[in-house]
Design a protein around this ligand. Structure first.
Ligand SMILES: Cc1cc2nc3c(=O)[nH]c(=O)nc-3n(C[C@H](O)[C@H](O)[C@H](O)COP(=O)(O)O)c2cc1C
Length: 175
C-alpha cells in the first residue's frame, strides 16, 4: 500500500501515554490538520481548545464522567467544538467529526497516539464541558481527543487483531 494507508490501517486508540509533552509545533500541525478537513458549504464551523494544563485536563475528564481515564493520563487534550453561528443546515457535528479524524491521523503520522472521547450528543457532558470552559451558547463541545506519546507496551501502529480489515457483508458494490 502506501504510507497514508498504512497509518490509517495501523491506527488504534491509545489510552496510556508517556509523560513527554507534545511539542508546540506538533500541536499546531494537529490543529492545522483539523482545519484542513472538509466542511459542508465550506462553513469551517468549528473551534478548538487545546489544553496542556494538567489541572484543566483532569477537570475536563471529570466533566466527561465516564470512560475518560485516557484523558487523565494524557499530556494534551483538544476539545473540538461546533460553531453554531457559522454552521449551515446544522452540519456542525459532521464537520467536527471530520476534523477530529484528520487530527488523529496527523498525530499518528508523527508518532503521537490518541483516544477520541465522545462529548456530544450526551447532554450532560456537553453542559459540563461548556460550563467548565465558559463557552457561549453557540459553541457546542463535540469531542475531546487525548493525545500523547504512547506508553511502553501500547500497541501503536499495528492493526487490531480483533478488528477485521474488511467486512464483505457490510459492503454493497453497484457496478
Ligand atoms: C464518537 C466516539 C466516542 C468515543 N468515546 C470514547 C471514550 O469516551 N472513551 C474511550 O476510552 N474511548 C472512546 N472512543 C474510542 C473507541 O472506543 C474506539 O475507537 C473503538 O473501541 C475502536 O478501537 P480503535 O480506535 O482502537 O480502532 C470513542 C470513539 C468514538 C468514535
Amino acid at each position: 500500500m502506501n504510507k497514508t494507508i498504512d497509518i490509517i490501517m495501523g491506527r488504534r486508540s491509545i489510552r496510556h501515554f508517556t509523560d513527554a509533552p507534545v511539542e508546540k509545533e506538533k500541536i499546531e500541525i494537529i490543529l492545522k490538520a483539523g482545519m484542513a478537513a472538509p466542511t459542508a458549504t465550506n462553513a469551517r464551523d468549528w473551534k478548538f481548545i487545546a489544553v496542556t494544563n494538567k489541572d484543566m485536563i483532569m477537570k475536563m475528564a471529570d466533566a466527561n464522567m465516564q470512560y475518560a481515564d485516557p484523558l487523565r493520563r494524557a499530556p494534551l487534550g483538544i476539545l473540538v467544538c461546533g460553531d453554531k453561528l457559522r454552521t449551515r443546515y446544522d452540519f456542525w457535528p459532521v464537520d467536527a467529526s471530520a476534523a477530529v479524524q484528520n487530527m488523529i491521523i496527523a498525530a499518528e503520522s508523527m508518532g503521537i497516539g490518541s483516544c477520541w472521547l465522545g462529548v456530544w450528543p450526551i447532554e450532560e457532558r456537553v453542559k459540563n464541558q461548556a460550563e467548565l470552559l465558559g463557552l457561549d451558547e453557540n459553541t457546542v463541545p463535540h469531542s475531546i481527543i487525548a493525545f500523547g506519546y504512547p506508553a511502553e507496551g501500547e500497541k501503536f501502529g499495528v492493526s487490531r487483531e480483533n478488528r477485521p480489515d474488511y467486512e464483505e457483508d457490510r459492503v454493497t458494490i453497484i457496478e
